[in-house]
Design a protein around this ligand. Sequence first.
Ligand SMILES: [Ca+2]
Ligand SMILES: [Ca+2]
Ligand SMILES: [Ca+2]
Ligand SMILES: [Ca+2]
Ligand SMILES: [Zn+2]
Length: 335
Amino acid sequence: MGLGPDAGEGNGTELQQAWVFMHELGHNLGLAHGGADSIRCKPNYLSVMNYSFSTKIIAGRPILTYTPLDYSREALDPLDETALDETVGFTVGGMPVTLLNPSYLLTAPFGPRPIHVATVGDPFQNGAIDWNSSGAIEAGKLPPRNLNNLGVSACNGDDDGDGVEDFTALAGFNDWASLKYNFRGSKHFDDFQQLDFESREVTNFDIREMRIGIIEAFDETIQDLPDSAFDIATSATQRKQDFHNALLGVTAFLKVDDVQSAVSALFRIRGRMDRLAGGEPSDDWIVKYRSRNPRPDGCSAPRIAAGRRTAAECKRWDGSDGRGGRNRQIERPAE
Ligand SMILES: [Ca+2]
Ligand SMILES: [Ca+2]
Ligand SMILES: [Ca+2]
Ligand SMILES: [Ca+2]
Ligand SMILES: [Zn+2]
């Protein structure tokens, strides 16, 4: 079920599907692309929620070998793009991340473009990072560096979408300590105002709601696909309706905790889009996996109509308003 609009064209590998699934689940558990905030591609946010680690952006880069599919396990200290000190590198609670303090031994992509890769807690330079890629560790503060501009549209270092690069103190985040199991209160489910949660144990009710939430997110992904994604573009509306009805059936099973029937129904639905996963292609309704101008998260037409998202928030990553005109392919990781 790890199908994103963009799970990969012709190579939806298991790893990519796993990445998409973990990432989507993270949204349902209350995580944004920057942990608590939506700032993408922060080098000090080591999470599957971070687009820097998407299989699309790091495709062909050896970094993938070292990057587990995981939510962040610790809040790394902020990285101030306007006052970077190469000798400090990554820190946690003011302590350098080094071999002696081995919170992480991971690799982190950073810009400004092109993509560079830092070793978190680099044992060969005592944790220091060559932020300006000069080949040396310099003392003192560097001139401003837009670390989260990796030179791709998903990571362009323009955090508010106004076309101007932003230089800020990038905040780390501890995902695992912050997961919201009450998924209906998560920011992905609704908006950023509803972040008050009671701390309590997960109940069967919660689990049921989480399962249903995943199905609803899946449905939303399908409803957002362009007509060209379907086997017969002229009947895309009908196909979407059929998927929607089938997923309502899954939800009905889940509501009575008949998980076995729900899974069986999901497998039948999967059969309609499984050509990239080695399935029979002739019965597929979804035949293309790359959407042309996908919207940011949570920007389905009903949400915009309900005022949950504004047109500005839903401006597409290529700068268009998403209402036609340009159809060029943009590079974008799976959501
Ligand atoms: Ca340097
Ligand atoms: Ca920046
Ligand atoms: Ca900006
Ligand atoms: Ca099939
Ligand atoms: Zn996402």
